[in-house]
Design a protein around this ligand. Structure first.
Ligand SMILES: *Cc1c(COP(=O)(O)O)cnc(C)c1O
Length: 415
């Protein structure tokens, strides 16, 4: 562990205070040129007594802008203090969670998983164009049919075709056979460069792609490819619930990873995390961003520094061991639910390292799904599956009445 160590509340307070002191204080210093200030004081409380034990709120009111990427080159000096904490946060994620060699990465806190996925596909599209003279219609995005819809946004925005590999209905897996078939078809349609997005837990099923199927079939086909991991849901879960490190930077085929802190980490919305091997982000460097110190290699532009501080605070409060325990408690609850469903004879999908249980809709009346807030794979009464996500607030005591009702429905069904 390079960066990640449990800190006390006092230590966290102190570190955030130090960081804010290194940021610009518009009251103390005359700053005439930047279109930024603290939050509007006629509306938002700057009372010290109120803020002193609330480092996140203090940072919100202080309102640092984290525009740009702070693991590389230069950044806006006005917000250097909190940007340094963001750099530490990226260090925790890249080195301590995703096993990247020290300093061999760039990354930033994006608006969410959607942005981080688009950022990665944007990088590889430009890389294939610049290094290989690829035309856009020779490049495609390759991912499983269970992938998040942000891949469709990326394809549309970046003018690329999307090739979806079908999955097996009950295992939600991309098989070697299906991958080979989809790749051959894409090649016969003129595709030479593949941007793979492999799932580290899908949104609906929590399923995890076998990334070696993608790398081996593409190598066998003799085409160029880059692999991005979509860990928007699973990035803070899967690395703690498995020993398999094929989706980390230990695997030389993995170039970048998306994680969302606003899902399982319970950080404020606006905290997607993008991490890539060092240098790749340079392919989306916008040289025209001349008014930004250090220019800009991110998709978003201006963004809240308080978001980065919130994620840093959460991870530092737990430390690696408490975080591991937290994930294992969620998995314990997931195991409990799966045992009950097996006993009643309900069909469901669950990846063994995941905290999502996805139940076949044929077992669940829409009223029951509605009562317990289950989420369907499709709305408008076309559900084939309903999912349950084991969050901090989902206890076995909340699952029990649901299981009881499901059992009754099942018994009535078989009468
Ligand atoms: C939620 C999710 C996304 C999109 O993330 P947002 O933060 O909503 O933009 C992308 N991929 C997966 C697998 C997700 O679960």
């Amino acid at each position: 562990m390079q960066y990640w160590k449990k800190l006390t509340r006092n230590e966290i307070n102190q570190r955030v205070d130090e960081a804010l002191n290194q940021n610009v204080d518009y009251h103390e210093r005359t700053i005439l040129g930047i279109p930024a200030s603290h939050l509007d004081e006629t509306v938002f409380n700057r009372d010290a007594a109120f803020q002193n034990n609330a480092p996140f709120l203090k940072t919100m009111v202080d309102n640092p802008n984290h525009i740009g990427c702070h693991t590389m080159g230069e950044s806006e000096p006005f917000f250097a203090g909190t940007q340094k904490l963001e750099k530490e946060l990226i260090g925790i994620v890249a080195e301590d969670i995703l096993l990247c060699p020290a300093g061999q990465y760039d990354g930033y806190v994006a608006s969410g998983g959607t942005e981080a996925n688009i950022q990665s596909i944007w990088i590889y599209r430009n890389l294939f164009k610049r290094n290989h003279g690829a035309a856009y219609n020779e490049i495609c995005i390759l991912c499983s049919e269970d992938s998040h819809y942000s891949m469709h946004k990326a394809a549309n925005l970046l003018n690329l075709d999307l090739v979806e590999v079908p999955v097996t209905d009950d295992t939600r897996e991309v098989t070697r056979q299906e991958a080979t078939a989809s790749i051959s078809k894409a090649i016969s349609n003129g595709k030479k460069y593949f941007i793979v997005v492999a799932n580290m837990m899908t949104t609906m099923f929590g399923s995890v792609d076998d990334v070696t199927i993608f790398s081996e079939t593409l190598e066998a086909a003799g085409v160029d490819f880059k692999i991005h991991i979509d860990g928007a849901f699973g990035g803070f879960v899967y690395p703690f619930s498995t020993d398999n490190d094929r989706m980390t930077f230990k695997n030389p085929h993995i170039s970048s990873v998306t994680l969302d802190a606003h899902k399982m980490v319970q950080a404020p919305f606006g905290t997607g995390i993008f991490v890539a091997r060092k240098g790749l982000i340079d392919y989306v460097f916008t040289n025209e961003a001349q008014y930004v110190h250090g220019l800009d290699a991110t998709l978003i532009g201006s963004r809240s520094g308080a978001n980065a501080i919130a994620v840093w605070m959460i991870l530092q409060t737990y430390g690696p061991h408490d975080w591991f325990e937290k994930i294992h408690i969620l998995n314990y609850r997931t195991n409990w639910l799966c045992r009950q469903l097996n006993d009643i004879g309900i069909d469901f999908y669950r990846h063994p390292s995941s905290n999502i249980v996805t139940i076949r809709a044929k077992h669940i009346k829409p009223e029951l799904a509605h009562k317990y807030g289950l989420v369907p794979d499709q709305h408008n009464n076309n559900a084939r599956w309903y999912k349950i996500v084991m969050m901090e607030h989902v206890h076995v005591d909340h699952l029990m009445p649901f299981v009881e009702e499901l059992k009754k429905e099942k018994e009535n069904e078989s009468l």
